[in-house]
Ligand binder design. Sequence first.
Ligand SMILES: Nc1ncnc2c1ncn2[C@@H]1O[C@H](COP(=O)(O)OP(=O)(O)OP(=O)(O)O)[C@@H](O)[C@H]1O
Ligand SMILES: [Mg+2]
Length: 347
Amino acid sequence: MEPVIRLENLTKEFKVLNRHEGIKGAIGDLFSRDYKIVTAVNDVSLDIMPGEIIGYLGPNGAGKSTTIKMMSGVLEPTRGRVICNGMEPYRNRTQNAENIGVVFGQRSQLWWSLPAIESFRILRDIYQVSNADYQEMMDLYATMVDMESILHKPVRQMSLGQRTLCDILAAFLHNPSVVYLDEPTIGLDVAMKAKIRELILMLNEQKKTTVILTTHDMGDVDALCRRIVIIDKGSKLYDNDIEHLSELFGKYRTLSLVLTGKSDAGNTELISRRLADVKAVLEERWPSSDFFEVSVSDFSIEILIDEKKASLMNVISAIQDKMKIYDIHIEEISTESVIRKIYGGGI
Ligand SMILES: Nc1ncnc2c1ncn2[C@@H]1O[C@H](COP(=O)(O)OP(=O)(O)OP(=O)(O)O)[C@@H](O)[C@H]1O
Ligand SMILES: [Mg+2]
């Protein structure tokens, strides 16, 4: 099978002014030719197959939105290229628009003062969707969304959740082969997030649409993506199924210690004292011990250990030298905490 999207050594550089401090600096900047180059996306190559849902992840400023802007034809690559449905999006913007749909977080693509149904009709006409196809799409949405409550409402009067539902419907309406979703569930409550995820899954399944998703919400990743691509500082760091993450980040494990006896169950003051003791032990033995994350969960103390920096056995014995350990559990780090670390810039 041919990939629906191929990135070949895709690179985007921005030329930005080197800013200087203070008023004198600001005035100087007005006339300055002191530029620096920021490499937002650095030599990224990637094949995306039809029907995949890909999580495109990375910390703030990693280059996710810039990649998506190049994939959707908004920005021209500095080097390398994007091929989407056999053409370069930036060079074929009109044609490309017929093959893609986009949802950008809180920014609606719909006409603000029109009832949603009018926006859908306009899009139907713009994209020349046949009446039969249009009706089929509407019927499909209606199986999952209470259309009556939103169709006749002007977009500006909608809740964020209703607007997001409409934006997603609008993005899929002309049955594009690729849909880009940039933070689709941002700001929504739990129930609406679940609804949106269900809708995306259903559309992906029914229409075999390829979906490129960026999100900071691990619930989205868990619910929707099998394959994830992680970028950091513009470069691709990881590209594989979500299960294989641990092969790359398997050096982290959580050590869970019970440091109080049964008779002290619920003694929160004692537990906080133990927490302080544990931190003191770690700091004494590993002076730059900022690679540990220590927290309390119920009555146990949890230590997330980067095993490239400290071995599990050494941590246990250092603690045992100073206090009684009642119970020990060792857990592999979950995908969610790995990704949270990645987003926190902990890699
Ligand atoms: N138009 C621009 N001009 C100059 N620099 C830019 C421009 N757009 C993005 N950048 C820079 O490129 C880098 C990548 O930005 P980008 O918006 O792609 O990151 P992101 O991964 O989408 O981050 P976030 O998670 O915060 O949305 C950042 O350093 C950003 O400051
Ligand atoms: Mg972004």
